[in-house]
Design a protein around this ligand. Structure first.
Ligand SMILES: [Zn+2]
Length: 57
């Protein structure tokens, strides 16, 4: 799994240790620790649908 970094200056997420604005980025927590969980929930549902289609459920 790749690390996700976050720029403290422009709040952008990036794979690089330095943001495109030149600011050193900080290691961000995995997606599940980000308060807005809508995307993760959507991904879980999509996975369940995928399993259902393949007959795993
Ligand atoms: Zn930046």
């Amino acid at each position: 799994m790749k690390h996700i970094f976050k720029c403290v200056k422009c709040s952008k997420y990036t794979m690089n240790e330095t943001c495109e604005c030149g600011t050193k980025t900080l290691l961000a927590r995995p997606l599940k620790f980000i308060p807005d969980d809508k995307f993760a929930t959507y991904k879980r549902k999509a996975k369940l649908n995928d399993y259902a289609k393949r007959g795993f459920l």
